[in-house]
Write a protein that binds this ligand. Structure first.
Ligand code: CAA
Length: 283
């Protein structure tokens, strides 16, 4: 099946990046969100990120204008029914995703491939809640989407080979690299990355180092582009905690216990960069 049009659900951090790269690669993109304000913000951010790419010589003004012209927005979820591929990038809560798939169900064409950008939830279980489990897959982009090379492809037990092969080709057209992961809690990247971040929070909690020394150690000592606490702020502490909870519950191993300090920060609403306060103060 040839994919030409892509519907993206959710105009947040991941959704706007996904819309950006698909439009840049020649796809017609329809971006939806329940909030009109989120859609406006997303379009402004996509334009800013494209301008940044123009200023660094990664793309041209003309290509930028073409990419922006390929993105349309809508507040009506049903409008995505006509797309060849739908990517759900809404809040990382299973109940929200299940409800969105239910709402979309009567409007989707039979051949449309439905995917989720979930960073940790079982693809098999999400697929089972749709009427097209063989045309359902995990399609996990990394943040910031325009920069990060990897896309994880996760097959549920029901996903057909044809669906998988179609998405492999789509990833290649984006100029990105696909890694196939089995449907285990948090897949590959987050199975490794988020416990490392959780361990950094434990190091802070136990006083092994302070925020700056922990981040500096991993930047200069392990050549990570960002320290783990800075990265936690970037990803969102609520997302980090929810992934730790999925690992803890799904793998039933105490080694995945979320650090109490991470829980406390989330309870305080200190969720990282998006609210201007996390392990660092961005105000
Ligand atoms: N859109 C377009 N381009 C962007 C961008 C964006 N949103 N953000 C950064 N860039 C570009 C910049 O223009 C710059 O381009 P050039 O190389 O052409 O100059 C390049 O990316 C580097 O950016 P900066 O110079 O501004 O800053 P930096 O060198 O500090 O890099 C970073 C920023 C790319 C974010 C880098 O710090 C990094 O790689 N951090 C780690 C990110 C990471 O680990 N992401 C994975 C998170 S986990 C995840 O996403 C999975 C999950 O489910 C939670």
């Amino acid at each position: 099946m040839e994919i030409r049009s892509v519907g993206v659900i959710g105009a947040g951090q991941m959704g706007n990046g996904i819309a950006h790269v698909f439009a840049q690669s020649g796809y017609d993109v329809l971006l939806t969100d329940i909030s009109e304000e989120a859609l406006e913000k997303a379009m402004a951010l996509i334009a800013r990120n494209l301008e940044r790419q123009v200023s660094r010589g990664k793309t041209t003004e003309a290509e930028m204008a073409l990419a922006l012209g390929r993105i349309r927005t809508t507040g009506v979820l049903a409008d995505l029914g006509a797309c060849d591929l739908v990517i759900e990038a809404a809040t990382e809560r299973e109940a929200v995703k299940v409800k969105l798939f239910e709402e979309l169900r009567p409007h989707l064409r039979p051949e449309t491939i439905l995917t989720s950008n979930t960073s940790s939830i079982s693809i098999t279980r999400l697929a089972a809640g749709t009427e097209r489990p063989e045309r359902f897959m995990g399609f996990h982009f990394m943040n910031p989407v325009p920069v990060m090379q990897l896309v994880e492809l996760i097959r549920g037990i029901q996903t057909s080979e044809e669906t998988y092969q179609t998405l492999l080709k789509v990833v290649a057209t984006l100029g990105k690299t696909a890694a196939s992961a089995e449907d285990f809690p948090a897949f590959i990247v987050n199975r490794i990355l988020i416990p490392m971040i959780n361990e950094a929070v434990y190091a802070l909690y136990e006083g092994v180092g302070n925020v700056r020394s922990i981040d500096q150690s991993m930047k200069l000592g392990a050549n990570h582009p960002m320290g783990p606490l800075e990265l936690a702020d970037f990803i969102g502490l609520d997302t980090c905690l929810s992934i730790m909870n999925v690992l803890h519950e799904g793998l039933a191993d105490t080694k995945y216990r979320p650090c109490p300090l991470l829980v406390k920060y989330v309870e305080a609403g200190w969720l990282g960069r998006k609210v201007k306060r996390g392990f660092y103060d961005y105000r």
